[in-house]
Write a protein that binds this ligand. Structure first.
Ligand code: URA
Length: 435
């Protein structure tokens, strides 16, 4: 078997055997297959795709490339994963809700990728908060308070770390089998009993249309089911940022407000749908009962209390919950005003993510530092009627980026219509259950 033969086979749309897939993953992780040959294979997969069997084989080979853990919490462990979005702070809302309802959430999360944000970067905006928990402490926290969120250790799914970095650099991210294997290998290796997937579609997502998002969701749910997990997916809209805030500290504040009962409608809709799926997977009741439980966890303040306990248990300052001035504060801001009268008919969501990144909320290079204070707060959103000169959004940064130039470009990302002849979409489109 040679990598040359395997690339040629995939280039001609032939199915790779389980043995060939295992050999490629092991060879790439060990370094015997170089980046340029792996890139060629990934591009061939982008064009010719993988069968269901090949996708399962790739996922399992990647999952087994490092440690496979089983969180020994003594309870039913539920995990939630998003395929990547802009303004997506739902983990900070749904994990405390699930914990408040008696479900264990041992969550390993990632950092921002491309124009999309990451939970670890957001949590690190809380003064003192650490996401580098020794494994024993991680489990101890879950047992004690119901939830812990940590970064993935390097011994978990090393194949994904290497392959993802290569995909990011070779324009091979947006392939259904590659996204499926990347996400599901991590979910299977971290051993959750229940897995809830938030599969995003739209201009700010990797899947630009709902049909592709549905195919991705079905592929991931199929893999989860084959691996014996209770796996379900919720298809959610990412044509505009979720909620009003984009950026690390800004999103933590918005998540805290959501747990205090003050959430933008779209963020609440998606968060409740995901939390209800997590409770359902844990056998807490019917879908309707789970939704009502999730709502109660917010209205009683129980979920906010779980977030406070998690912040404290991970070294953060829990006073941030009542005093937002304790978060890193931006040194500069720039207001954006409406260019004309009318209704906002669209905001380029990927451009919003890129703007936030340029302000310092994301990384332009792998090694770059994050500015936790940077980001965008929207005061108007899609569907809103605006008058020329009305404030649409505020950009924040503490970096020395060219905020004037960024603002000029950002202003062009809003589109307007004179009358409201476009329909406002619901954020949650569909649930797909694998059990
Ligand atoms: N998130 C991941 O973890 N992997 C992908 O391939 C895309 C989004």
């Amino acid at each position: 078997m040679t990598i040359y033969e395997i690339i040629t086979k995939k280039k001609h749309n032939a199915e790779l055997s389980t043995e060939e897939i295992n050999w490629v993953v092991a060879g790439y992780v060990s370094g015997s297959i170089p980046d340029y040959q792996m890139s060629a294979l990934l591009m061939a997969i982008c064009f010719c795709s993988l069968s269901d069997r090949e996708t399962v084989d790739l996922t399992m080979a990647m999952a087994r490339s490092g440690d496979m853990i089983k969180p020994e919490t003594g309870g039913f462990n539920v995990d939630k994963h998003s395929t990547g979005g802009v303004g997506d702070k739902t983990t900070l809302i749904v994990a405390p809700i699930a914990a408040a309802c008696g479900v264990y959430v041992p969550k390993m999360s990632g950092r921002g990728l491309g124009h999309t944000g990451g939970t670890i970067d957001k949590l690190e905006a809380i003064p003192g908060f650490t996401t580098e928990l020794p494994y024993e402490k991680f489990i101890e926290n879950v047992k004690k308070i119901g939830l812990a969120v940590a970064g993935q250790t390097s011994s978990l799914v090393p194949a994904d770390k290497k392959i993802y970095a290569l995909r990011n650099a070779t324009a091979t991210v947006d392939s259904i089998p590659l996204i499926c294997s990347s996400i599901m290998s991590k979910k299977l290796a971290t051993g959750a009993d229940g897995i809830v997937l938030d599969v995003k579609f739209g201009s700010g997502a990797f899947m630009k249309n709902i049909e592709d998002a549905e195919k991705l969701a079905e592929a991931m749910v199929r893999v989860g089911k084959l691996a014996g997990r209770k796996c379900s997916a919720v298809l959610t809209n990412m044509d505009k940022p979720l909620g009003h805030a984009v950026g690390n500290a800004l999103e933590v504040v918005e998540a805290i407000e959501a747990l205090k009962g003050n959430s933008p409608a779209d963020l609440l809709e998606v968060s409740l749908a995901l939390a209800a799926e997590m409770l359902f997977a844990a056998g807490k009741g019917t879908s309707e009962e789970c939704l009502a439980m999730a709502e109660r966890a917010i209205s009683t303040g129980a979920a906010l209390e779980k977030l406070r306990l998690m912040i404290e248990a991970q070294g953060g300052d829990p006073k941030v919950i009542d005093d937002y001035s304790l978060f890193p504060q931006p040194k500069r801001k720039k207001e954006i005003f409406a260019a004309g009268d009318g209704f906002i008919s669209g905001i380029s969501c990927e451009a919003v993510g890129m703007t936030s990144l340029k302000l310092g909320a994301g990384r332009q290079t792998k090694e770059a530092d994050i500015d936790p204070s940077a980001g965008i707060v929207f005061h108007k959103t899609v569907g809103d009627k605006v008058q020329k000169g009305e404030r649409l959004a505020v950009l924040y940064t503490s970096t020395d980026c060219d905020i004037e130039d960024i603002a000029r470009e950002f202003e062009t990302e809003f589109s307007y219509e004179s009358s409201k002849n476009f329909s406002e979409e619901k954020s949650v489109k569909k649930n797909i259950k694998g059990y």
